[in-house]
Design a protein around this ligand. Structure first.
Ligand SMILES: *Cc1c(COP(=O)(O)O)cnc(C)c1O
Length: 436
């Protein structure tokens, strides 16, 4: 599978180049050029197949010529010490729990795979330096994934504010391979400095710099694997139609689902579940995309006004507008309905679901009713965040305390970065040079 920019039909680049450079120079995003149908590799799998087995089979069949089955097994072993969990709630509904990774968010899947596959692709080429701007818990997720990969040092660039959840023992001065740097400025300043460092040829070559941006295709690909996993767990004894409901902010998860479908997964539709930040719904219905000011809601990870994956989704619609309109159903859920969905899940199924999952559950119910799906369509709701991350909200809505897993309890611990700098390239490069 080769990759091209959403903005042009060429040049084509290898998976390795798309992962290591991650942004085409024309301002587009990397997408697979021709999609491989890999149905034959997963259709025989069933509920006895483990997630790791699935990934170790599917990844090399997608990346033929770049990732052989042995490499794929190594990557899988290294990346996934956690797995998705499919819970069948009733005839029409399942939950796909994607929150069992180190930070309790589905993003752990993409980050863990990216780190492990980068290590595999760069083997024997000395040590490389990965730069990443950190927001929320992605810094912790990256530190967890890259601290296992000895071919890398990871520079996490933080904006002003507390830095949380890192283990000082993993920092470079203490013998580890993580370099957390705080910039006196905003997240955008962090991103700018990273781009400047990448474009500073001499510096970038001296340290072998790459980046692990959120829109890296090496993070998108592994997200297709858990859709396939849900499918193989569910297909037995089930003849009806299948849909996925996806809580959507930057739309990475939804796009991964569309790729799983293109890889041959039989599925009838995707629900693009949004909160009040629903401008993308107009685009999905066939209108132009006009961004609107951000609204703060109770499902903050979906508070996005311009989705970073816009280019990728738009290229799907450009290729096959009618197919897409029959495939993706937009829904917008208010805070009030989000809260009642948390309550509903607790009362009906005795499960805690986080606010983002609640948006997807409410959207699934709304779409099923509007389209009269009852009894004919089985919907898999993607549970993207661990409910223990919102322990206060869970207690407030359900009246029940939730146990916080040990792995998540460290996320709030404050850490000192190894340096705090002004938002300037020379200060940034100085700190990095001092680590060698
Ligand atoms: C990031 C995130 C989302 C949104 O996913 P996108 O791929 O950006 O659409 C949903 N839920 C949780 C808990 C998240 O952290």
């Amino acid at each position: 599978m080769q990759f091209r920019s959403t903005k042009s039909s060429g040049p084509l680049v290898s998976f390795k180049d798309a992962v290591l450079h991650c942004l085409p120079s024309d301002g587009g995003l990397y997408v697979p050029d021709k999609v491989t149908d890999i149905r034959q590799f997963f259709l025989y799998m069933d509920e006895k197949t483990s997630f790791r087995e699935l990934v170790a089979t599917v990844a090399p069949s997608l990346l033929q010529g770049e990732l052989n089955p042995f490499s794929a097994s190594r990557v899988t072993e290294s990346a996934f010490d956690f797995e998705p969990e499919l819970i069948r709630l009733d005839e029409g509904l399942s939950m796909l729990n994607l929150y069992n990774g180190p930070t309790g968010v589905f993003k752990d899947f993409g980050i863990a795979f990216l780190a492990a596959v980068m290590e595999e692709l760069l083997k024997n080429s000395g040590q490389a330096l990965v730069l990443a701007a950190a927001r929320g818990d992605t810094g912790v997720s990256m530190a967890h994934a890259f601290s296992k990969q000895k071919g890398f040092r990871l520079v996490l660039v933080y904006p002003s504010g507390p830095v949380r959840g890192l283990k000082p023992a993993s920092f470079v001065p203490n013998g580890g391979n993580i370099i957390p740097i705080q910039v006196r400025g905003t997240f955008d300043d962090c991103q700018r400095i990273i781009n400047e460092a990448i474009n500073d040829r001499k510096f970038a070559e001296r340290f072998g710099i790459t980046s692990a941006n959120a829109i890296n295709p090496g993070r998108l690909l592994p997200q297709t694997f858990y859709y396939l996993y849900a499918f193989i767990k569910i297909k037995k004894g089930f003849a009806g139609d299948l849909a996925f409901s996806v809580p959507s902010g930057n739309f990475g998860n939804l796009i991964a689902g569309l790729y799983a479908w293109k890889f041959g997964m039989p599925v009838n539709g995707f629900i693009a579940a949004m909160n009040a930040n629903n401008a993308f719904g107009d685009f999905i219905r066939g209108g132009p995309f006009v961004s609107r000011p951000l609204i703060n809601t109770k499902s903050p990870a979906l508070d996005v006004s311009v989705p970073s994956n816009y280019e990728r989704l738009a290229s799907f619609y450009k290729e096959a507008p009618t197919v897409m309109r029959n495939m993706v159903y937009p829904a917008s859920i208010s805070d009030e309905f989000t809260i009642s969905a948390i309550e509903y899940a607790w009362k009906k199924y005795s499960i805690h679901i986080d606010s983002h999952t609640a948006v997807a559950l409410a959207a699934a119910r709304q779409v099923a009713e509007a389209r009269k799906w009852s009894g004919q369509v089985h919907t898999v709701v993607l549970a993207t965040g661990h409910p223990a991350r919102e322990a206060g909200l869970m207690r407030e809505v359900t009246g029940q305390d939730i146990t916080i897993p040990k792995s998540l309890s460290g996320l709030q611990r404050k850490t000192d970065p190894i340096a705090v700098i002004s938002p300037q390239l020379d200060a940034f490069e100085g700190v990095i040079a001092s680590c060698y």
